[in-house]
Design a protein around this ligand. Structure first.
Ligand code: ATP
Ligand code: MG
Length: 165
């Protein structure tokens, strides 16, 4: 299915409205990004997992940024927080099944969210990685390949990010 990433972000932001309330959100989506062939509900699940983590592992009220970028042959979506951050040695292991860092606060979880994200992104031929955020916190980025020429864009019926937030 050819999808507009902006639509998926819009759906996820509406779905997570309560979780994200009181969070300054910075959403950056360049206009005219190409459509990407993907499974809408699976990529939606990836975004929900990443935003759920961003909220869970950062202080109440701290900013969360969602940035979409087009690189040569891929579309990249980054979720950045001002949270606890991840030690350099754990940046890859956080994607392992059941892997959880020792957290000073008692935050519940099974350690499956990121391994599911990785499975979904792998299945799309993309990549997912974690990095420290300049100034503190973490950035989780996933990429989706843009290999086939996408169909011409038609006006979106799903409302994008601006609709009904
Ligand atoms: P689940 O997602 O299954 O409810 P979880 O959040 O613990 O549980 P993952 O989403 O797979 O599991 O994340 C694995 C671990 O990576 C987390 O337990 C946490 O220690 C660390 N982590 C994930 N996202 C972040 C983040 N944004 N900032 C800091 N640490 C993170
Ligand atoms: Mg999680």
């Amino acid at each position: 299915e050819w999808c507009d990433v902006e639509d998926i972000i819009g759906v996820v932001l509406r779905q997570m409205r309560e979780t994200l309330q009181n969070r300054p959100l910075k959403v950056e989506i360049p206009s005219g990004i190409p459509l990407v062939k993907m499974d809408f509900s699976l990529i939606e699940q990836v975004l929900v997992n990443l935003l759920d983590n961003a909220v869970k592992y950062s202080p109440p009220g701290s900013e969360i940024a969602i940035t979409v970028r087009q690189e040569e042959q891929e579309l990249q979506v980054a979720i950045a927080d001002r949270g606890t951050g991840i030690p350099p040695g754990d940046l890859e292991r956080v994607f392992d099944k059941f892997y959880r860092l020792h957290s000073p606060r008692h935050v519940s979880g099974t350690g499956l969210g990121l391994s599911i994200c990785k499975g979904i992104i792998d299945a799309h031929g993309g990549k997912i990685w974690a990095a420290p955020r300049a100034g503190g916190g973490s950035v989780f980025t996933f990429s989706l390949p843009l290999n086939e020429p996408p169909p011409t864009r038609v006006p979106s019926a799903r409302g994008g990010v601006e609709g009904d937030r």
